[in-house]
Ligand binder design. Sequence first.
Ligand code: HEM
Length: 134
Amino acid sequence: MPRVSFAFFIAAVVYGAVGMVMGMVMGASNDHTLMPVHAHVNLLGWASLAIMGGFYGVAGARAPIKLAWVNFVVSNLGILIVTPLLAVLLKTGNLAVVPAMAIGEILLILGMVLFGAAVVITARRPASTGFAVA
Ligand code: HEM
């Protein structure tokens, strides 16, 4: 499995653990103000990054590894910008964070586009294993 795949999984586990702790705190305190942050840390951080890491792991040497690393950096930056700012927005209602959040959101979309490009590039490369690719 390429190193980039491990990087995706390690990051995914960190976000997953943070998201789960947030869920426990929300449940215990009955304060669900940060529920959208919990949902997005889990879905963008744990679920999306694990899916991407899984793809790069399965694709192996066929995957465009440099593009995968760019995908990793861009997607993580997006999560690290958007989720704390969303928490600030929900807790304070301060709309001044919205422009910075928009930058993070664009990075998240760019990360998904880069992932899509990596999938297409991988699909167009010949399989090195000799097995039939359906
Ligand atoms: C220890 C693990 C977890 C705990 C204790 C937990 C707890 C919670 C709680 C208390 C809520 C608020 C429900 C409400 O206000 O109605 C919630 C909402 C949510 N959680 Fe979690 N959660 C956990 C893991 C996850 C994971 C792994 C994901 C996704 C991969 C996830 C996705 C969501 C989503 C999308 C919502 C919003 C649901 C809605 O809008 O009705 N959670 N969670």
